[in-house]
Design a protein around this ligand. Structure first.
Ligand code: HEM
Ligand code: HEM
Length: 187
């Protein structure tokens, strides 16, 4: 019989939770958008719209991740409930660090793939951010391959992460999910 949700573990700060869910929602949109936009024979208008969204939201994710990293360094996460074994906590920590790393690799490889391919990133162009790179077919290929391979690892890790979150929320009911729940006052 799983224990009742105790809710006695302190939650992440509201800013940390806001950033988590904003970035999570964007990434969960970016993955299907990326997959669909490269399908051959897609109507031109839809493909252009998906590329526009994917490239610019990708840059926004990168910036939000930097804010998140800064915030996390300033405000470390609250301690986990004692029901979480040290090894389990360590695995969760490694998974979270790996998730962040893979997101950064996706952002950088996506950016390099576009810039080295000589394509625009409309949001950055509108802000007057200069193109410091110019066309570079070798780099374009490396970045494209990195982007495609890393996305597989990211999808697997996100699957494990969501699975673990649901396991805590629905089976263990140990308050771990409540730490990151969208609405929760900080204890
Ligand atoms: C967390 C951030 C990102 C995620 C999760 C993501 C995900 C994906 C996925 C799943 C694909 C389809 C598979 C592939 O060919 O790689 C893709 C393709 C692509 N992404 Fe991203 N992406 C991200 C960031 C970016 C950024 C920042 C840019 C550019 C500014 C970008 C540009 C592209 C381009 C141009 C393609 C087509 C690749 C090709 O030529 O085949 N992505 N992305
Ligand atoms: C429906 C989807 C998701 C759910 C239910 C979920 C749930 C959670 C929960 C409950 C935590 C807190 C774990 C703890 O107590 O330490 C957490 C942390 C975290 N999640 Fe998610 N998550 C989701 C999607 C994502 C996505 C898409 C990403 C990024 C790729 C992500 C990255 C992270 C990271 C990096 C942390 C650690 C935060 C920190 O320690 O600063 N999550 N998530």
């Amino acid at each position: 019989m799983p224990p009742k949700d105790t809710f006695d573990s302190p939650a992440y700060r509201p800013t940390a939770r806001l950033l988590h869910w904003l970035i999570a929602a964007l990434i969960l949109l970016m993955i299907p958008a990326g997959q669909i936009m490269i399908v051959k024979g897609l109507p031109r208008g839809l493909q252009d719209a998906l590329f526009l969204f994917h490239k610019n939201a990708g840059v926004v994710i990168g910036l939000l991740m930097l804010v998140r990293l800064g915030f996390r360094l300033r405000y470390p996460p609250p301690p986990l409930p004692p029901s979480v074994a040290p090894l389990q906590a360590r695995i969760a920590g490694i998974t979270h660090a790996l998730l962040c790393l893979l997101v950064f690799v996706m952002v950088v490889s996506g950016y390099l793939r576009v810039m080295a391919g000589g394509f625009p990133i409309e949001g950055l162009d509108a802000l007057g951010v200069p193109d410091l790179m110019g066309r570079n077919p070798g780099l374009e290929t490396v970045a494209k391959t990195t982007h495609a391979i890393t996305r597989l690892a990211l999808v697997v890790l996100i699957g494990l992460h969501i699975g673990a979150a649901l396991f805590h929320a629905l089976w263990l009911r140990d308050g771990v999910m409540a730490r990151m729940a969208p609405r929760r006052s900080v204890k």
